[in-house]
Design a protein around this ligand. Structure first.
Ligand code: PLP
Length: 399
């Protein structure tokens, strides 16, 4: 008998499985609007010019020594400024405990482990729907999950009333996962006014907010504007946590560079929290990778490169916004009897189309269009070359 006779194949990941199927399809017409990675108008992966320039500056000059357990101090410093603000008093007062993390996933996972270790009785409230990996992350950290209402299927917008009810009805002092901007998969964010109300309700209930900010810059094209939800919570005096990622907004997907931060009561607490976060990282991966962190700190530490980055983030966001308009117009021009205004109302990388799993299956089988079965279209995969084809296929399966 074998050691592993009881091992069954794991279920396919609902997002990564889509790319596998796409790659295996020989059709020349095939379209991948599954995975959330930015593509240019030719459907090609993009390396930002600011990243190329940073690489040129770094080339040949770095050694390959380990980073400290908490990662690159310079990268973390610049990353905190993006989330908390350039002149944040919390940063000045050294109240933020922060470590480099293995991109946004790693940041969430570190937080989940930290939560389990120091608030062992706690649960995590996760929106419905959410990025499917959130469920895996808190499951593996053995933190029980609860859900809160978020999406309103009929309006394809926010179910604000139910969200507020859930926040109100959760036991005081609950942990909530919030998408800071460009909610995945729905592309639906609360308005500024709604964020203020959410923050007030969190205050009244003494809840803890962990912001997952995987798309800073992708919602509005401006990272500063996209941090608004976080800034509102900071103004209101919350002690929050933030998971940040450079996968999307710097196109550093495979470099795995991100940051987890926890805003503490004072410097002493921040020192303790940071040391515990490092202690969690140590037996998992010891210390984070150096190259991506150096790219980030090179870009953000140089005013000129930072300007270039901001311009390029806006360029990516604008191309996506343009494709939203084009997809909606194409569907309307085909005479669709359905409303497609949510395509342009939703923001960020995704359009939560409202298509059923069966309709998505038809798109794949009949048109070689690949996307997750929840109807999520990655707008980053839409181009001037495929938008008509995509619109026509959607029209056929939804009429
Ligand atoms: N959080 C959300 C909501 C995401 O959509 C993603 C990526 O798709 C991530 C976190 C983490 O991505 P990464 O680990 O590549 O930074």
């Amino acid at each position: 008998s074998s050691w592993w006779h009881s091992v069954e194949p794991a279920p396919k990941d609902p997002i990564l499985g889509v790319t596998e199927a796409f790659l295996a399809d020989p059709s020349p017409d095939k379209v991948n609007v599954g995975v959330g990675a930015y593509r240019d108008d030719n459907g090609k992966p993009v390396v930002l010019e600011c990243v190329r320039e940073a690489e040129r500056r770094i080339a040949g000059s770095m050694n390959m020594e380990y980073l400290p357990m908490g990662g690159s101090v310079k990268m973390v410093e610049e990353t905190l400024k993006l989330a908390y603000g350039d002149n944040s008093e919390f940063i000045k007062d050294k109240r933020v405990a922060a470590v480099q993390a293995l991109s946004g996933t790693g940041a969430c996972r570190l937080f989940a482990e930290f939560q389990k270790r120091f608030r062992p009785e706690s649960q995590i409230y996760i929106p419905v729907p959410t990025w499917s990996n959130h469920h895996n992350i808190w499951r593996d950290a053995q933190v029980p999950q609860r859900t809160y209402h978020y999406y309103h299927a009929e309006s394809r917008g926010l179910d604000f009333a139910s969200l507020m009810d859930d926040v109100k009805n959760a036991p005081s002092g609950s942990f909530f996962l919030l998408h800071a901007c460009a909610h995945n998969p729905t592309g639906v964010d609360p308005s500024e006014e709604q964020w203020r109300e959410i923050s007030q309700q969190f205050k009244a209930k003494g809840h803890f907010a962990l912001f997952d900010m995987a798309y800073q810059g992708f919602a509005s094209g401006d990272p500063e504007r996209d941090a608004k939800s976080i800034r509102i919570f900071l103004e209101d005096g919350h002690s929050i946590g933030i998971a940040q990622s450079y996968a999307k907004n710097m196109g550093l997907y495979g470099q795995r560079v991100g940051c987890l931060s926890v805003l503490c009561e004072d410097e002493k607490q921040a020192v303790a929290v940071k040391s515990q976060l490092q202690m969690i990282a140590r037996p998992m991966y010891s210390n984070p990778p150096v190259h991506g962190a150096l790219i980030v700190s090179t870009i953000l530490g140089d005013p000129e490169l930072k300007q270039l980055w901001l311009k390029e983030v806006k360029g990516m966001a604008d191309r996506i916004i343009g494709m939203r308009t084009a997809l909606r117009e194409n569907l309307e021009n085909l005479g669709s009897s359905l409303s497609w205004k949510h395509i342009t109302e939703q923001i960020g990388m995704f359009c939560y189309s409202g298509m059923t799993p069966e309709q998505v299956d038809r798109l794949t089988k009949e048109f070689h269009i690949y996307m997750t079965r929840n109807g999520r279209i990655s707008m980053a995969g839409v181009t001037t070359g495929n938008v008509r084809y995509l619109a026509n296929a959607i029209h056929v399966v939804t009429e």
